[in-house]
Design a protein around this ligand. Structure first.
Ligand SMILES: NC(=O)c1ccc[n+]([C@@H]2O[C@H](COP(=O)([O-])OP(=O)(O)OC[C@H]3O[C@@H](n4cnc5c(N)ncnc54)[C@H](OP(=O)(O)O)[C@@H]3O)[C@@H](O)[C@H]2O)c1
Length: 505
């Protein structure tokens, strides 16, 4: 985990009674408490409209938080750590639009500073629906909560903003302008929870901690790279959100773009947040924008149909709650992407993500070029298969490498075998939940794992182009696929036209 020691900090959670707080943030905070990673003087202020029974809401919120912890904490429950965490928790009942609520936050923050005897760092977590981001940012500024003056050197406010960060390049730029009017870039933490996953952070350790792969990590030796983010679930109860998002906005603009940046970026000079984020921005800026007139050769959209999974009937996307019966929203997308730079010239990156697919699986597979000559005979069995390095992100975290050997016996037969590393088998530890790492980094002021303003705006620009291309198309351009499959057959054609195949999901 993060090696920096946290300073006294107060975390204000806007939307503290919401689903994200309940399922992820509060359990992550308890884990940090159990591991002794929270600063000695650490306090939480929850904020929302929820009315609890007791007078000021503090006790009611503690009960609420305790029930959330009991329900969602995934490790052995530690009663005394939970008690300790809750003893540092307060609650303010107000609306995001009401300035009195912010006056109350300021008062409570000052009281906490008094109790701790120091000016504590103040971290504001916007765990709210995105429509509230602008009003909260404005209110924070007008109520002097974002002020640095008179609070001592190095005591900076920080703001954590949940996803989605905008819906287009225009709206993300507008949100960036607004937040950067009141906070400096290094005080803004835009959450992409994928970057908090241990296996995602391992991409840089693997690439730059081994001298054997880096010399091969380029267009001379790599044939292509596949990035798969497959989900077996449907959209659940999120119909309203998903209708406006779709797979491209929901997964590609943020998580997949970040995975692509990590696997393809140049080595940073040092592992500082500034250096790493800047190399990622360079990479995203080198992605070739889609040719709108030729969009179908590069991108395929799909939508799950009704079907049967494990003996149970599942509904078609268009029959889900809060989804329009003539929806054109995609629940699957496959893309072929090129990066126009020295390292990756002409290497295709095939990307796919979708819901209700065969399995839940996220991986990056790097396929190396075949040997220049097949030495062991002309028959199929004598030809080497692809060398593939697979960075497995979830659910079986690890790394596989497929290579060729001689099959035992008297014939000239090549066999493709796998060397595999599994985090679970190698270490007797539970990999931390993404939010544990991300919250700790915000508390300690390390923004390495949070996308920079330019990365967000550039990736939105790329997505905007695709959406523009899709605007002129009809619902028929979204291909239906069966639940439990690997997506529509059109996605197979996208890669097979190039003489390659998708890996099995
Ligand atoms: N849920 C997840 O698993 C998840 C995962 C990744 C990202 N996110 C992101 O996290 C953010 C929060 O999502 P969520 O699912 O937690 O949302 P949610 O369940 O709808 O929670 C919204 C929170 O905001 C409060 N709230 C709503 N309107 C308010 C107002 N006018 N004034 C004061 N408080 C108000 C609610 O308080 P009441 O309880 O009083 O109504 C509740 O605490 C979103 O940006 C979402 O995209 C969520």
């Amino acid at each position: 985990m993060n090696d920096i020691t946290a300073k006294p900090t107060t975390l204000v959670i806007f939307g503290a009674t919401g689903d994200l707080s309940r399922r992820k943030l509060l359990p992550a905070l308890l884990r940090l408490e159990v591991l002794g990673l929270l600063p000695e003087c650490f306090n939480i202020i929850g904020f929302s409209t929820r009315a609890f029974d007791s007078n000021n809401g503090d006790e009611g919120f503690k009960d609420y938080a305790l029930s959330a912890l009991r329900e969602h904490y995934t490790y052995d429950f530690d009663e005394s750590a939970a008690k300790k965490l809750l003893s540092k928790t307060r609650f303010i009942r107000s609306t995001f639009e009401d300035s009195d609520g912010y006056t109350e936050i300021l008062k409570r923050l000052d009281d906490i500073d008094q109790e701790c005897g120091v000016a504590c760092d103040r971290v504001f977590y916007l765990a709210t629906p995105p429509t509230f981001f602008p009003v909260i940012i404005d209110m924070l500024s007008h109520s002097q909560l974002a002020d640095r003056r008179g609070r001592g050197d190095g005591v900076l406010p920080r703001i954590i903003i949940e996803k989605p960060f905008g819906q287009s390049s225009e709206s993300s730029a507008k949100l960036n302008d607004l937040v950067l009017n009141h906070f400096d870039e290094e005080e803004v933490y835009r959450i992409d929870h994928y970057l908090g996953k241990e296996t995602v952070q391992n991409i840089l350790f693997f690439r730059f901690g081994n001298s054997i792969y880096e010399p091969l990590w380029n267009q001379k030796y790599i044939d292509h790279i596949q990035i798969t983010v497959a989900e077996s679930d449907g959209i659940g109860t999120r119909g309203k959100y998903y209708e406006e998002a779709g797979a491209l906005r929901d997964m590609v603009q943020n998580h997949i773009m970040q995975l692509l940046a990590l696997v393809a970026m140049e080595p940073p000079t040092t592992m500082t947040s500034e250096n790493i984020r800047s190399k990622k921005v360079d990479l995203i800026e080198s992605i070739r924008p889609v040719e709108i007139d030729n969009i179908d050769n590069f991108i395929v959209r799909g939508r799950y149909d009704k079907g049967i999974i494990n003996g149970e009937t599942t509904v078609a996307y268009r029959d889900e709650a809060n989804v329009s019966s003539d929806s054109t929203t995609e629940t699957f997308v496959a893309l072929k992407v090129f990066i126009d730079n020295w390292r990756w010239s002409d290497v295709p990156f095939y990307i796919r993500t979708g819901k209700r697919l065969k399995a839940r699986k996220t991986e990056i597979a790097v396929t190396f070029k075949a040997p220049p000559h097949c030495l062991f005979g002309s028959e199929e069995k004598a030809c080497p298969k692809d060398n593939v390095l697979v960075l497995k992100i979830q659910p079986d975290e690890g790394i596989d490498f497929d290579f060729n050997i001689k099959y035992p016996g008297t014939t000239q037969r090549v066999d493709n075998v796998t060397m595999d590393f599994s985090y679970k088998e190698a270490y007797d530890v539970t990999l931390p939940e993404a939010y544990e790492r991300l919250l700790l980094d915000c508390i300690t002021g390390d923004s390495t794992l949070f996308p920079h303003k330019r990365a967000i705006e550039t990736s939105w620009k790329l997505i905007d182009e695709v959406l523009k291309g899709w605007q002129s198309s009809s619902a028929e351009d979204v291909a239906d696929y069966l639940p439990g499959s690997a997506g529509p057959k059109e996605a197979d054609l996208l890669i097979e036209r190039d003489g390659r195949k998708w890996r099995d999901i």
